[in-house]
Design a protein around this ligand. Structure first.
Ligand code: FE2
Length: 431
């Protein structure tokens, strides 16, 4: 007789009961629910060798000043653009004790970390789901659900509450980290372009290999909720999981799996490059892609009237940066303040110099107003960034000329109704 196999449709790994809360296995292992939305939202179940509440009484305590850079005081940013220098020298520590806050609003934040020390503890963020982007470095993210190996160019999504630690490979490390306080990242999709632009859910990589630890000792877990850090100590290893089932999971997503939307005859706005939506924030990837053939292939000057824009420069010659910014830097463009191509980029466009390919990777996270900037970020701000646009006040091509109005009127008569080359042929007699 032919044998058929069936799949429940719910991800599961290892030893699990037939259904959550059901079956005799539950009299021998310890089920723990990771539940969002007051147990009415996304959920996963882990099955443990030992009770997850076996902490050592008297060992739990709050940890004042544990991650001071993460709690860097915030203040209004005002109407000046900033670019922040590469990888801050301080604070330096492990992934979390050295975390530095850059900007934050009520529901999301951007942080930076340059870990140099191993984590001798496990971490749980009780206040946010975290999205890491690995600008530099590689290692293993060890989690309750199994290990995730990562490298430069990976996003790591660590859902709120999941116990984890980073095992760093040798070499320098530099990560940007986005916190979402009010919900998990949602994959961005436009109804007109469907679920495979600009990436597919099948590009997400979830753990499949449990690394179950049956170990005794002293295992510290540090948790964070708001600005309070708390330590508890367990006598057994927290990764004592023999199986899990559910959809509330950590995962990774490689930036090279972003397959960007491009257009020959128009400029795709930043929103066309959105990969994740978070409450009060959207995350975009500008990656290697064909340059538009006609129309604008540099960004138009713009005022983002509801969001502060952050842009982390990961790789390449940043076409809008005009050579002012370099890899590892982060620019902050406040709500409402105009910006756009630096003079060198715009000159190249006006001269028709089309490079054919945008050789760049940039990670943009825009934060709904009001968003505030940290003192730590202001301390990293390079003083000369506002002058990145100064060519517009000094280059005669852009500055005042008495004949400018007449010149543009003449150009308007000639060009305002001109069409692209890439278009269907015109009918005889149609204007
Ligand atoms: Fe912008």
């Amino acid at each position: 007789m032919e044998k058929y196999e069936y799949f429940s449709g719910t991800p599961e790994v290892g030893i699990v009961p037939r259904a959550p809360h059901a079956g005799p296995l539950l009299r021998h292992v310890y089920e723990q629910e990771h539940g969002r939305g007051g147990f009415a939202g996304k959920v996963s179940h882990t099955y443990h060798l030992y009770p997850p509440t076996n902490w050592l009484p008297g060992e739990g305590r709050h940890l004042p000043q544990w991650a001071p850079g993460w709690e860097s005081p915030l203040r209004p940013i005002g109407g000046l653009h900033h670019v922040l220098g590469v990888a801050p020298a301080e604070p330096a520590g492990d992934v979390y004790r050295g975390m530095g806050r850059l900007v934050a609003n009520a529901t999301a934040a951007m942080n930076v970390t340059v870990p140099r020390a191993p984590m001798d503890y496990f971490f749980e963020h009780h206040g946010a789901t975290m999205v890491f982007f690995v600008h530099e470095g590689r290692g293993t993210l060890e989690t309750t659900f199994g290990p995730i190996e990562y490298r430069k160019g990976d996003f790591l999504i660590v859902p709120k509450g999941v116990t984890h630690r980073f095992e760093l490979a040798p070499g320098p490390h530099y990560y940007w980290m986005y916190e979402s306080f009010a919900g998990d990242p949602e994959k961005s999709e436009a109804p007109t372009t469907g679920q495979f632009i600009t990436h597919s859910r099948s590009d997400y990589r979830f753990p499949r290999s449990l690394d179950t630890r049956n170990e005794s000792g002293r295992f510290e877990i540090v948790s964070k909720v708001d600005g309070v850090y708390t330590r508890r100590v367990h006598p057994t290893h927290p990764f004592d999981v023999i199986g899990w089932r559910g959809e509330y999971l950590p995962y990774k997503f490689a930036v090279e799996d972003v397959r960007p939307l491009v257009a020959d005859r128009s400029h795709v706005p930043p929103s066309g490059h959105t990969i994740f939506k978070l409450p009060g924030c959207y995350l975009c990837v500008f990656t290697v892609r064909s340059v538009e053939k006609e129309g604008m292939w540099v960004p138009f000057f713009h005022k983002n009237l509801d969001y502060l824009e952050t842009l982390g420069y990961h790789f390449g010659d940043f076409f809008s940066g005009g050579g002012v910014v370099g890899a590892g830097m982060v620019s902050l463009h406040p709500v409402g303040l105009p910006h756009g191509p630096k003079p060198r980029s715009l000159q190249a466009f006006m001269d028709g110099a089309n490079a054919g390919v945008h050789q760049e990777v940039g990670i943009m996270a825009d934060f709904a107003n009001p968003t505030r900037v940290s003192e730590l970020a202001l301390g990293l701000s390079r003083p000369d960034y506002m002058s990145a646009w100064s060519g517009y006040t000094t280059d005669p091509r852009f500055t005042y000329a008495p004949g400018r109005l007449a010149e543009v009127r003449a150009l308007g008569e000639r060009l305002a109704d001109a069409r692209d080359t890439l278009r269907p042929p015109e009918d005889e007699g149609r204007a």
